[in-house]
Design a binder for this molecule. Structure first.
Ligand code: AMP
Length: 430
């Protein structure tokens, strides 16, 4: 299947080919025809599947064709609302790329920065607004934006919107939208609250689901390490020294944790920076830019800040902490193995996190192999079997962290490392 066969028009085809997109991803193949037909869409998919192009291409195409009739007058006809600044910036960058050979103009609106540049762009005239909810409402309140002429409305990452407490803002926005519009609603997960919200936004709609396991299992090689909390940073440093990957994205559950990891990596001479909600917008952008330019070896991110991070050819993601929501794991590892690339996801799992690992395996319907070359193997999280007790005195079972552990293959869970383990280990000599 090609984009042309999906009905995409010439100026956009040209932009896609310039981006190097050869074939549509599954979500694009399924959503583009529905959206070109002007139907509403409920999309259950996460970042990394190509969903941004899936929803922006048809909207750009409609607006480009309509623009010819209204002679390109600048009226805001499209509103895309997304939870984080990073994601908003990312979507806007994609729009600019895909719309390069049209006359359509977009602007990105988010808080935490002065509004001048945004209001100037609005004054000059735009067709598309990509925004986070707070600043958007603020500028509507100040009279810079009206939603009266919106014909295309996209709510992106709806589950994250609710997690971040945006429900009231979203309801306010929906109340301002004209009834006659095409609506698109995307969410990585579909709990009851999300389904209820989607009903408020969508009319008669079609549903497209790209299952997490489709997105991950096929493309991302996964492996886990059993490691005590206190040894996680040592293991991270060990792996960063061992593995060749130039840019590694590390997920930390907490902001404080992320800062701490950066400090410890710094001490070990590894260049790293953190991005999370306590960092200013400028600091987050700076860190992201340095990471993308290869000036940092590791970027330590919390889940919310990581939304919208799109780095081409990110080959390794490390879950320093395992998330207690299994879908979050899928979301995280979707950062590698994007579109047509393949990648590796390494997860650190301490004793308390073992139930999370089980939940994740249940969701992705596959076992994540446990790596057996682990100098920091956490031996104390499960009581040893009587047989093992006989074989090794307790003092030996406790790994010293020297990289030459006696107990390398002493794992007890029988979940031997296969593909993932081998590949990760063999990357030593790459
Ligand atoms: P998204 O899920 O929208 O964040 O997209 C994930 C990544 O896939 C981005 O880097 C896109 O530029 C890239 N991408 C999207 N569609 C395609 C495609 N059809 N072919 C190749 N790369 C794509």
């Amino acid at each position: 299947m090609t984009f042309k066969e999906l009905g995409v028009i010439e100026p956009i085809l040209r932009a896609l080919s310039k981006k190097g997109y050869k074939n549509p991803t599954p979500i694009q193949e399924r959503s583009i025809p529905i959206l070109l037909d002007k139907k509403d869409l409920l999309g259950c998919a996460q970042t990394g599947t190509g969903k941004t192009a899936a929803f922006t291409i048809p909207i750009l195409q409609h607006m480009h064709l309509e623009g010819k009739q209204d002679r390109g007058a600048k009226i805001v006809k499209t509103l895309i609302v997304t939870p984080t600044r990073e994601l908003a910036i990312q979507i806007n960058e994609n729009i600019k790329d895909y719309a390069e050979f049209t006359r359509l103009r977009s602007v990105v609106i988010f808080g935490g920065v002065k509004q001048g540049a945004q209001t100037n762009a609005l004054r000059r005239g735009v067709d598309i607004i990509v925004a986070t909810p707070g600043r958007l409402l603020d500028l509507i309140g100040q009279g810079y934006i009206t939603l009266k002429h919106i014909e295309y409305f996209v709510l992106d990452e709806a589950d994250q919107m609710l997690d971040m407490g945006f429900i009231h803002d979203i309801k306010k926005l929906i109340a301002m939208l004209p009834h006659n519009r095409q609506s698109l609603f995307f969410s990585a997960t579909m709990p009851r609250s999300i389904v209820d919200l989607s009903k408020k936004i969508l009319g008669d709609h079609e549903k497209v689901t790209i299952k997490p396991e489709q997105a991950t299992a096929e493309k991302v090689e996964q492996v886990a390490y059993h490691v005590a909390k206190r040894d996680k940073t040592k293991l991270l440093i060990h792996l960063l020294e061992l593995l060749p990957d130039p840019a590694v994205l590390v997920f930390s559950r907490t902001k404080h944790g992320a800062d701490k990891i950066v400090k410890q990596l710094d001490k070990a001479g590894i260049k790293a920076a953190a991005i999370h909600g306590n960092k200013s917008q400028a600091a987050r952008q700076r860190a992201l830019k340095a990471f993308k330019e290869g000036k940092l070896r590791a970027l330590i991110a919390t889940d919310i800040a990581a939304r919208g991070i799109d780095i081409q050819e990110l080959s390794l993601v490390v879950n320093y902490d395992l998330p207690n929501v299994p879908e979050t794991y899928v979301h995280r590892i979707g950062r590698t193995g994007r579109a047509e690339a393949s990648g590796v996801a390494i997860s650190f799992c301490n004793g308390e996190e073992r139930p999370y690992l089980k939940d994740i395996q249940k969701l992705i319907k596959q076992d994540i192999p446990i790596h057996d070359e682990n100098p920091y193997e956490d031996d104390l999280t499960e009581p040893p079997t009587p047989k093992q007790k006989q074989r090794q005195p307790r003092s030996n079972r406790r790994s010293s962290g020297g990289g030459n552990s006696n107990n390398r293959n002493s794992r007890r869970d029988g979940n031997k490392s296969q593909g993932g383990g081998r590949r990760t280990a063999s990357r030593r000599s790459d």
